[in-house]
Write a protein of this length. Structure first.
Length: 245
């Protein structure tokens, strides 16, 4: 895979984002039974539980309490009236565990990068997207913070595309942020992907804010919510392909 166009944020930025978006998620909860439009079949209670349980998992890994998923045990689920408080306390505990780690400290991850820095980045990104889910359930379409969204696009294109382009997939996609620096050209390259920061003609060109581009990749927004130059078919095919990993 070719280089992404941005080097990523630093540890303090990820911890700030975790605390900020974890707090925003908790604050957005008004009705635990409300549906979460971006997560079919989930209500807000399920969203809060899922995000909190993900935080719990990565805290066990980051702290060294468990070496990997084979030794992990899920926490007991709190009662609904305790769920948001449990989640908020978990955000603080996770932020503390991650703050104590050098990003280069070796840790288990599911990715090729196996260090605390991967966890610090991944948990900030996971929390940001689920914060958006909670806000949308409350009728609020509020963007992911721009710098974090740019970093999230890079993370997605590096770690969440399938290992190899599916047979017959030939489209290349150019993503262009309209609210500041940020563009990515994604192309199938034999048995691999090429991801570069160049500006050039592609099968599908997509323009939108960094937040909207990130949410498009995570299927929180559709192609109709960004500007697509040319046929939207290749973009839709790429978004479908990107979920196969």
């Amino acid at each position: 895979m070719g280089p992404a166009s941005f080097p990523g944020m630093e540890k303090p930025g990820y911890l700030t984002a975790l605390r900020r978006d974890g707090g925003r998620l908790a604050e957005a909860v008004r009705d635990l039974r409300a549906a979460v439009p971006a997560c079919p079949g989930w209500d807000v209670a399920e969203l809060v539980w899922h995000t909190g349980e993900v935080h719990w998992f990565w805290r066990q890994i980051a702290s060294g309490a468990v070496p990997g998923p084979d030794d992990y045990r899920e926490p007991p689920r709190p009662a609904d009236d305790e769920l948001v408080t449990w989640f908020a306390e978990g955000v603080d505990a996770l932020a503390g565990a991650l703050a104590a780690l050098d990003p280069a400290e070796p840790r288990w991850t599911w990715a090729e990068r196996k260090d605390a820095g991967f966890i610090q980045r991944r948990i900030a990104q996971e929390t940001a997207v689920h914060c958006w889910d909670a806000l949308s359930a409350a009728g609020r379409d509020e963007p992911v913070e721009r710098e974090l969204a740019v970093d999230g696009i890079d993370e997605f294109l590096r770690f969440f595309l399938p290992d190899a382009p599916p047979a017959g997939f030939r489209a290349d996609v150019h993503l262009h942020a309209t609210d500041g620096p940020g563009e990515w050209l994604v192309r199938p390259s034999g048995a691999n992907w090429s991801v570069t920061g160049e500006h050039r003609k592609a099968t599908a060109a997509v323009r939108g804010t960094a937040s909207d581009l990130l949410l498009l990749l995570w299927r929180r927004k559709g192609p109709e919510e960004v500007e697509v130059l040319g046929d939207a078919g290749p973009l839709e095919e790429f978004v479908d392909v990107s979920q196969l990993n």
